[in-house]
Ligand binder design. Structure first.
Ligand code: PLP
Length: 506
């Protein structure tokens, strides 16, 4: 593919663009000293899974622009939906007024949240068989952090009003729920969160199922996904039970359990072994706590398919959410990243009628949910989101997603030939490839060796863009990626590992 004409229409030379960035911009989650030491890649155009930089160089977007993009860049149908809405109005306030695309989108999100097959009414509506309440209300915000923050405040207030004195929260070790102070309080990644500890409220963490590095996994490392060869007695679930029991004994039960269903993203793409989520949520619910599902990364079919998929599902029965895949319904469903197809900041927190009703009352009772942002329910974002859902729920697109996940899975298996690969963890169209110094002992690279960063830099030189999490390289292709492009992503990773870590013997 050739770079589109747009690349020359920026009006500035590549050097000028790079200089503007380096002079004025402070980048997120970036050591700016390192950033200033090299020329930034300035992206100027995209089409499908391809991105172009200001020099006209072509890349593959191998992490879907930090996990947001679903159907590719510059998608004609999403572009058209935004243009159509733009010709009416770009933004009006949700404080005091409704708007058309936000109302329509809310209805569609509630339908999707009912579960696969619920709309068609097929097979006594599978959706009703999800363990948990019906989610009937949609509260909009702008980002993943704000979607979680909304669920946090709603569940706090709901629990306070329905009898608990001081609501407390439980999450998983390694959890990441965003960067606002409430979301950080629920997170448990020491490296990100320690600096702000003085600002945070306390929340508890329980061990996450991380089979590859689980102290209870007695299996020797193999050249396979650790979930497939682990040997344990589900000690992670026992640990959860003990935490819940001890909180109950102290008469300080949890108000809510916060979880990324299916796979913990920023923790290093840590997938949950089959059956873990359902059992964890059963335990949490019998404790009396609410479930906050942070599906900011996992929603919209991202985690469906691949080697462990049972297959044979009808497209309209394909679950779109990690919770549904496990057969459960949360009390709060937090959506963002992929909601607008990766086009615009748009987020939603879905909850049940019971939670909604706890905030009803007379005006002067001030039971109102006092929370909201200026750009909440943005009309352009809602229009893009509707187009995203149209694309997502088409039978052909569901089928293609499954096919692609299967091909992705097969391609990833070739990486086992790299001695520097310790674990390959794939869930649908997300994979984390953990680089290790010695796969036989699982010995990690010290972080200062920056193995993950060096491998990703070497991939960028091969025209494939992604970002590591420590020593875990993330591959997350957009759904429109072709088999040939997926193969290029995996091959670039393979070659980058050989270049950076050497050809290690198996
Ligand atoms: C990215 C992410 C967030 C934060 O979303 P932002 O849009 O960056 O605020 C929260 N939770 C999970 C699971 C995420 O992956």
């Amino acid at each position: 593919m050739k770079p589109p004409d747009r690349t020359v229409r920026t009006g500035k030379s590549a050097r000028q663009l790079a200089r503007l960035d380096r002079t004025f911009v402070w980048h997120p989650f970036t050591q700016m000293r390192d950033w200033l030491g090299k020329e930034p890649i300035v992206l100027v155009a995209g089409k499908g899974a391809v991105l172009w930089d200001s020099h006209g160089r072509e890349y593959l977007d191998a992490n879907s622009s930090i996990w947001t993009n679903l159907h590719g860049h510059n998608h004609p149908r999403i572009n058209k939906a935004i243009r159509k809405q733009l010709s009416l109005v770009a933004h009006t306030s949700m404080l005091g007024f409704a708007n058309e695309p936000a109302s329509r989108l809310a209805g569609r999100l509630v339908t999707l949240a009912a579960g696969p097959g619920a709309k068609s009414g097929k097979r006594e509506t599978r959706g009703n068989r999800l363990a948990g309440p019906k989610l009937t209300k949609v509260f909009y915000s702008d980002d993943g952090s704000t979607a979680v923050e909304t669920a946090l405040k709603m569940s706090y207030e709901y629990s306070r009003r329905t009898g608990r004195i001081r609501p407390r929260f439980l999450g998983l070790e390694g959890a990441y729920h965003g960067d606002t102070v409430g979301a950080v309080s629920l997170g448990h990644i020491d490296r990100f969160h320690r600096a702000y500890s003085g600002l945070l409220f306390p929340s508890d963490a329980v061990m996450a199922p991380y089979c590859y590095r689980c102290p209870y996994n007695r299996a020797k490392p193999e050249r396979a996904d650790a979930r497939d060869y682990k040997r344990c007695g589900w000690e992670c679930l026992d640990a959860l039970q003990r935490t819940l029991d001890s909180a109950r004994k102290k008469d300080r039960p949890y108000a809510a359990f916060v979880v990324e269903p299916g796979v913990q993203g920023a923790a290093g793409m840590i997938p949950q072994p089959d059956g873990w989520l359902l059992q964890a949520i059963e335990r949490v619910r019998s404790h009396g706590a609410l479930v906050i599902a942070d599906e900011v990364m996992t929603a919209f079919g991202r985690t469906v398919g691949g080697a462990r998929d049972v297959g044979g599902r009808y497209p309209d029965e394909m679950p779109l959410f990690g919770t549904h895949q496990a057969g459960v319904q949360a009390d709060f469903l937090c959506l963002a990243k992929g909601l607008s197809g990766g086009y615009l900041p748009m987020a939603a927190t879905l909850t049940s009628e019971a939670v909604f009703e706890a905030f009803l009352g007379k005006y002067e009772d001030f039971n109102t949910f006092f929370h909201g942002h200026s750009y909440t329910g943005n009309a352009l974002g809602a229009a893009a989101s509707e187009a995203n859902l149209d694309l997502l729920t088409e039978a052909a697109s569901s089928r293609r997603r499954l096919e692609l996940a299967r091909f992705f899975s097969a391609s990833l298996q070739t990486l086992w030939s790299c001695g520097g690969v310790g674990d390959i963890r794939q869930v649908g169209l997300v994979a984390g490839i953990e680089l290790v110094r010695d796969w036989r002992t699982r010995a990690p690279f010290p972080l200062q060796e920056r193995a993950g960063i060096r491998v990703c830099d070497a991939m960028a030189r091969r025209g494939v863009l992604t970002r590591p999490i420590g020593n875990v390289v993330v591959l997350m292709p957009p759904y429109c990626t072709t088999d040939a492009q997926v193969w290029r992503m995996v091959a670039a990773l393979n070659d980058a590992i050989v270049e950076v870590l050497g050809r290690q013997v198996l």
